[in-house]
Design a protein around this ligand. Structure first.
Ligand code: RB5
Length: 156
Protein backbone atom coordinates (compact mmCIF):
# COMPACT_ATOMS: atom_id res chain seq x y z
CA UNK A 1 0.00 0.00 0.00
CA UNK A 2 1.45 3.36 -1.03
CA UNK A 3 2.12 5.73 1.87
CA UNK A 4 1.09 9.35 1.29
CA UNK A 5 2.08 12.19 3.61
CA UNK A 6 -0.31 15.01 4.39
CA UNK A 7 -0.01 18.22 6.40
CA UNK A 8 -2.01 21.40 6.91
CA UNK A 9 -2.25 24.49 9.05
CA UNK A 10 -5.57 25.93 10.22
CA UNK A 11 -6.26 27.33 6.72
CA UNK A 12 -6.07 23.85 5.23
CA UNK A 13 -7.16 21.73 8.18
CA UNK A 14 -10.73 21.15 7.04
CA UNK A 15 -9.66 20.03 3.55
CA UNK A 16 -6.96 17.78 5.01
CA UNK A 17 -9.54 16.04 7.18
CA UNK A 18 -11.82 15.58 4.15
CA UNK A 19 -9.01 14.19 1.98
CA UNK A 20 -7.74 11.63 4.51
CA UNK A 21 -10.70 9.20 4.39
CA UNK A 22 -10.91 9.63 0.60
CA UNK A 23 -7.26 8.57 0.34
CA UNK A 24 -7.85 5.53 2.55
CA UNK A 25 -10.93 4.58 0.51
CA UNK A 26 -8.83 4.85 -2.66
CA UNK A 27 -6.33 2.34 -1.21
CA UNK A 28 -3.59 4.62 0.14
CA UNK A 29 -2.04 4.63 3.56
CA UNK A 30 -1.87 8.11 5.07
CA UNK A 31 0.84 9.57 7.28
CA UNK A 32 -0.61 12.70 8.86
CA UNK A 33 2.13 15.16 9.84
CA UNK A 34 -0.42 17.48 11.49
CA UNK A 35 -2.01 19.64 12.55
CA UNK A 36 -3.73 17.01 14.66
CA UNK A 37 -6.49 19.40 15.69
CA UNK A 38 -7.76 22.78 14.49
CA UNK A 39 -5.74 25.59 16.01
CA UNK A 40 -6.46 29.00 14.56
CA UNK A 41 -3.10 30.24 15.85
CA UNK A 42 -0.85 27.61 14.29
CA UNK A 43 1.77 28.57 11.67
CA UNK A 44 1.99 26.86 8.29
CA UNK A 45 5.83 26.70 8.26
CA UNK A 46 5.80 24.50 11.38
CA UNK A 47 3.34 21.97 9.98
CA UNK A 48 4.37 21.83 6.35
CA UNK A 49 8.04 21.53 7.38
CA UNK A 50 7.25 18.21 9.08
CA UNK A 51 5.90 16.77 5.82
CA UNK A 52 8.74 18.26 3.76
CA UNK A 53 11.33 16.82 6.15
CA UNK A 54 9.55 13.47 5.79
CA UNK A 55 10.01 13.66 2.02
CA UNK A 56 13.64 14.71 2.45
CA UNK A 57 14.28 11.73 4.75
CA UNK A 58 12.45 9.35 2.41
CA UNK A 59 9.68 8.50 4.90
CA UNK A 60 7.13 9.25 2.19
CA UNK A 61 7.59 9.63 -1.56
CA UNK A 62 4.62 11.90 -2.23
CA UNK A 63 2.78 14.41 -0.09
CA UNK A 64 -0.15 16.81 0.06
CA UNK A 65 0.41 20.18 1.69
CA UNK A 66 -2.61 22.33 2.44
CA UNK A 67 -2.80 25.86 3.78
CA UNK A 68 -5.31 28.63 3.16
CA UNK A 69 -4.07 29.59 -0.28
CA UNK A 70 -1.48 26.86 -0.91
CA UNK A 71 1.14 29.58 -1.41
CA UNK A 72 2.80 29.40 1.99
CA UNK A 73 2.77 25.60 1.86
CA UNK A 74 4.64 25.56 -1.46
CA UNK A 75 7.18 28.13 -0.29
CA UNK A 76 8.04 26.16 2.84
CA UNK A 77 8.10 22.75 1.19
CA UNK A 78 10.55 23.87 -1.50
CA UNK A 79 13.07 24.87 1.16
CA UNK A 80 13.75 21.18 1.82
CA UNK A 81 16.17 19.12 -0.19
CA UNK A 82 14.58 16.71 -2.61
CA UNK A 83 11.19 18.38 -2.37
CA UNK A 84 9.58 19.58 -5.59
CA UNK A 85 6.35 21.23 -4.52
CA UNK A 86 3.87 23.33 -6.46
CA UNK A 87 0.58 25.05 -5.85
CA UNK A 88 -1.86 23.38 -8.23
CA UNK A 89 -5.33 24.58 -9.17
CA UNK A 90 -6.28 22.33 -12.11
CA UNK A 91 -5.91 18.69 -13.10
CA UNK A 92 -3.55 19.05 -16.10
CA UNK A 93 -0.72 20.42 -13.97
CA UNK A 94 -1.50 17.93 -11.21
CA UNK A 95 -0.29 15.05 -13.41
CA UNK A 96 2.00 16.91 -15.83
CA UNK A 97 3.97 18.29 -12.88
CA UNK A 98 4.79 14.72 -11.89
CA UNK A 99 5.34 13.44 -15.43
CA UNK A 100 7.72 16.21 -16.51
CA UNK A 101 9.11 17.67 -13.29
CA UNK A 102 8.91 14.80 -10.81
CA UNK A 103 6.78 16.99 -8.50
CA UNK A 104 6.44 15.16 -5.21
CA UNK A 105 4.35 17.57 -3.13
CA UNK A 106 0.97 18.83 -4.28
CA UNK A 107 0.02 22.09 -2.57
CA UNK A 108 -3.61 23.05 -2.26
CA UNK A 109 -5.45 26.12 -1.03
CA UNK A 110 -8.09 24.98 1.42
CA UNK A 111 -9.83 28.34 1.24
CA UNK A 112 -9.71 28.48 -2.55
CA UNK A 113 -10.57 25.13 -4.02
CA UNK A 114 -13.71 23.02 -3.77
CA UNK A 115 -13.62 19.45 -2.49
CA UNK A 116 -14.48 17.77 -5.82
CA UNK A 117 -11.74 19.57 -7.74
CA UNK A 118 -9.24 19.07 -4.92
CA UNK A 119 -9.91 15.33 -4.98
CA UNK A 120 -9.63 15.11 -8.80
CA UNK A 121 -6.26 16.88 -8.58
CA UNK A 122 -5.10 14.55 -5.82
CA UNK A 123 -6.15 11.52 -7.90
CA UNK A 124 -4.33 12.87 -10.98
CA UNK A 125 -1.21 13.64 -8.91
CA UNK A 126 -1.09 10.23 -7.26
CA UNK A 127 -1.74 8.26 -10.46
CA UNK A 128 0.99 10.07 -12.39
CA UNK A 129 4.55 8.84 -12.84
CA UNK A 130 7.70 10.72 -13.76
CA UNK A 131 8.54 10.04 -17.42
CA UNK A 132 12.26 10.53 -16.89
CA UNK A 133 15.06 10.24 -19.39
CA UNK A 134 16.06 12.69 -22.13
CA UNK A 135 15.08 16.30 -21.63
CA UNK A 136 13.15 15.58 -18.43
CA UNK A 137 16.12 14.06 -16.65
CA UNK A 138 18.43 16.76 -18.04
CA UNK A 139 16.22 19.41 -16.41
CA UNK A 140 15.84 17.50 -13.18
CA UNK A 141 19.61 17.07 -13.00
CA UNK A 142 19.94 20.86 -13.22
CA UNK A 143 17.56 21.26 -10.27
CA UNK A 144 19.52 18.69 -8.28
CA UNK A 145 22.70 20.62 -9.04
CA UNK A 146 21.12 23.81 -7.65
CA UNK A 147 20.14 21.91 -4.52
CA UNK A 148 23.61 20.51 -4.03
CA UNK A 149 25.08 23.98 -4.36
CA UNK A 150 22.50 25.91 -2.37
CA UNK A 151 21.38 23.45 0.31
CA UNK A 152 24.72 22.75 1.94
CA UNK A 153 24.15 21.60 5.49
CA UNK A 154 26.90 22.19 8.03
CA UNK A 155 27.36 18.85 9.72
CA UNK A 156 28.62 19.21 13.29
C1 RB5 B 1 -3.33 31.31 7.51
O1 RB5 B 1 -4.26 32.25 7.96
C2 RB5 B 1 -2.92 31.54 6.07
O2 RB5 B 1 -2.18 32.71 5.97
C3 RB5 B 1 -2.14 30.35 5.55
O3 RB5 B 1 -2.92 29.21 5.68
C4 RB5 B 1 -1.73 30.36 4.09
O4 RB5 B 1 -2.76 30.78 3.26
C5 RB5 B 1 -0.46 30.96 3.75
O5 RB5 B 1 -0.02 30.91 2.59
Amino acid sequence: MELIGIAADHGGFELKEILKPLLVKAGFQVKDYGAVRFDGEDDYPDLIALLAAGIEKGEVKKGLAVCGSGVGASIVANKFKGVRAALITETYSAHQGVEHDDMNVLCLGGRVIGIALAWEMVEAFLAANYIGGGRFQRRLDKLIEFEQHNFKKIES
